[in-house]
Design a protein around this ligand. Structure first.
Ligand SMILES: C[S@@+](CC[C@H](N)C(=O)[O-])C[C@H]1O[C@@H](n2cnc3c(N)ncnc32)[C@H](O)[C@@H]1O
Length: 391
């Protein structure tokens, strides 16, 4: 790796070494590795489920690539939308997607095994519980197609770690490697990622709007706003608010079209600029930063947080929302496996990283924010939320 990358601060890992714990774990590891114990554990009903669960988890890790490709294959053949309209049998589907039945049947049966599809009687296939969101949320299908770039980059994972930025993902995100991308990169690159962000932002916006009460505020500045999907949804959600968007000039040109299309031009204004080179406009009593900090290294995030602090009036509020690490503390949340995806996605993209909430809170504190708190939200896998005040 020729480029400097930040190291994460691990909140829970700095505790004292416990020799007793190490010894105990060494004994347990010995047990887990013992073929005799394995035979005993699967022969004993009380312990069998533990071994079965571990084996299943390991098998899932090994076969994850196939799962991903099954989903991608179904997306590319438009199966989810097709079967959302009406269940169909193998012959009907094969005719529509122009594929030999025996090969297609393997895809369909795999999709059933993964709960993407399910059997519906008379040999028909319909949507399974995990297929429904894929038929109804275009943003998920768009991300599945987009992730293909990442998985191509990671084809050789060790080579990728040595040189992560040679692939398609790094060139997909123009600002991740060029501090003046707005002057150098083609307009098409900005519209490509901005469309993807707008398509995939729905769940994040829902987390924010259902978690934070915007009533006390008058004026909001959304930094790194993209095409303004959050701003438009917020304008509908809280009709008293005035909203300002800050993003790179090529992105705000796209946002203007989107905001007009949604009929929000009287409520939403635009401040094109780069937070690397420009100050942020003052006047808003709430500044939001949604899925932006994790794109950038600490050397960018710290000055950005300082600019946000400076742009707020005394009493002003800052709301940060993005996916954050869930696996840094012991007994971590159920969605913690998502961390692995974000660690690699953000590395392939550039020098940003997945940060733990505690680390972001420390960074906010360092620039002057007070009363910093995490807001508890229903779906942390989409985003976690942190609030800070300038007193
Ligand atoms: C990952 S996207 C998130 C967009 C939107 N907030 C969302 O959640 O969909 C990051 C946004 O930050 C913007 N951005 C990146 N570098 C920037 C800079 N130096 N100044 C202003 N905006 C920037 C990008 O153009 C992009 O719209």
């Amino acid at each position: 790796m020729t480029h400097p990358l930040d190291l994460a601060t691990l909140p829970a890992s700095g505790g004292a070494v416990s020799r007793w714990r190490d010894r105990l774990l060494a004994v347990l590891e010995g047990w887990y590795a013992s073929p005799t114990l394995y035979r005993w554990s699967i022969a004993t009903p009380i312990t069998r489920w533990v071994t079965q669960r571990r084996t299943q988890q390991l098998f899932d890790l090994m076969s994850g690539f196939v799962h991903t490709q099954v989903v991608l294959g179904c997306v590319r053949l438009n199966l989810f939308k097709m079967l959302h309209q009406a269940p169909a049998n193998l012959q009907q589907i094969a005719q529509r997607v122009q594929m030999p039945e025996p090969a297609l049947q393997r895809l369909l049966l795999s999709a059933v095994a993964l709960k993407l599809l399910e059997f519906r009687g008379e040999f028909r296939f319909g949507l399974g519980p995990l297929g429904v969101p894929l038929a109804t949320h275009d943003g998920i299908a768009a991300m599945i197609e987009h992730n293909h770039l990442l998985y191509e980059d990671m084809n050789d994972p060790v080579g990728f770690l040595h040189d992560a930025w040679q692939g398609a993902m790094a060139s997909y995100w123009p600002y991740a490697h060029d501090a003046k991308a707005e002057q150098h990169a083609a307009a098409e690159k900005f519209s490509r990622y901005s469309d993807l962000m707008a398509a995939s932002q729905g769940f994040v916006v829902q987390e924010i709007l259902s978690t934070y009460a915007f009533e006390p505020h008058q004026s909001v500045l959304d930094v790194g706003s993209g095409k303004g999907r959050f701003a438009c949804d917020l304008a509908e959600h809280a009709p008293h608010l005035k909203i300002q968007l800050f993003d790179l000039p090529p992105v705000l040109s796209l946002a203007q079209g989107n905001v007009s299309q949604r009929g929000m031009q009287a409520r939403i204004s635009f401040s094109p600029g780069s937070f690397l080179h420009d100050e942020l406009p003052a006047g808003a009593d709430l500044i939001t930063l949604v899925r932006v900090a994790h794109d950038h290294p600490d050397g960018v995030v710290k000055p950005l947080l300082q600019k946000i602090y400076n742009a707020l009036p005394p009493g002003g509020t800052f709301l940060l929302a993005e996916p954050m690490a869930q696996s840094f503390s012991p007994g971590s949340a159920a969605g913690a496996q998502a961390d692995a995806y974000f660690h690699f996605y953000l590395l392939a993209m550039g020098a940003g990283r997945l940060r733990a909430p505690e680390e972001l809170m420390q960074m906010m504190q360092a620039v002057g924010f007070k009363q910093i708190q995490r807001l508890s939200n229903a779906m942390p896998i989409h985003a976690q939320l942190i609030l800070g005040r300038k007193v």
